[in-house]
Ligand binder design. Sequence first.
Ligand code: PHE
Length: 347
Amino acid sequence: MARRMGSEEWATAALAEIAAAKTVADVEALRVQYLGRQGRVTRELRAMAGLPPDERRARGAVLNACKADIEQALAQQREVLTRAEQAQRLEAERLDMTLPGVPPAWGTMHPITRVRRRLADVMVRLGFTIRTGPELETEWYNFEALNMPAEHPAREMHDTFYLEAPYVLRTHTSPFQIRAMREAGGELPLRVATLGFTYRRDDDATHTPQFMQMEGLVVDRGIGLPDLKGVVLAVVRDVFGPTERVRLRPSFFPFTEPSAEVDMSCPLCLGAGCRVCHTGWIEVLGSGLVHPRVLEAGGYDPREVSGFAFGWGVERVAMLLYGLDELRPLYQNDVRFLQAFDAWGAW
Ligand code: PHE
């Protein structure tokens, strides 16, 4: 190489400089310095123009050899440095694929949500339409229209949160009966259900001030207690199991006549009698045939149609279903408690 380049010391120095370049950017700077439009090689080639032909040929050969060697040196050094830089980056940005990942925080379906979905699902399969109603009700919908005038003693069982008149936080989902009937405008049959929060001034191990109820209502010609019992039995069996039994026990609600409390055979002892139920029966819901005055408030003629309604607490269903003896943990958001319900899978 030195022979081909003759005694061009600048070219020998250029090769040394290129070999010493530390970065690809340095190599590029050297390329400009030697081969660029103002570069040394370019200038030397241009300077040949004034030489006599013989000398020009000889000089041209030398300069072309210099140029070729410099180009080759540049290419080689560029390649070496590019590889080194790549290797360095790979090392610096290395990912350890064998490290365990950060487990995502999985949520679980809240037990109330599970039960709510399950209840809504069985109601829909029984032909009911699910509706919602406001939690902020008027006294008229929550009480008066349900045959509970202002001084009625039954109101005492519903001690509630009164807001600026005429509003109350609804004490039960029953006002939905009136709303559903009025919306239906006399249409038959009416088969509606609702699920939603209700409020009462209760707070102990098995009562929270905010709780959820599910309620069903049917209005049609010739509806009687057997219809009520059939639907309630279907719901209870769907949720708790096919061998459950139910019984209707006379009771009182101002908005149903007759009224019945529905007991189901205790799911814990299967009706044998245990520490929880004592008698083999567990009270699960309130029900009855819709009171004529309630039908009237809903825009139906009680001489032509009749209906039944039933309502129960969703938390209570969850307690019985999951064997809880306290209701409050359902609303305390302790993930350990909530994760325990994963065992129920698709529920
Ligand atoms: N609303 C009643 C309660 O909250 C339950 C009920 C609903 C009773 C429908 C009869 C008919 O206790």
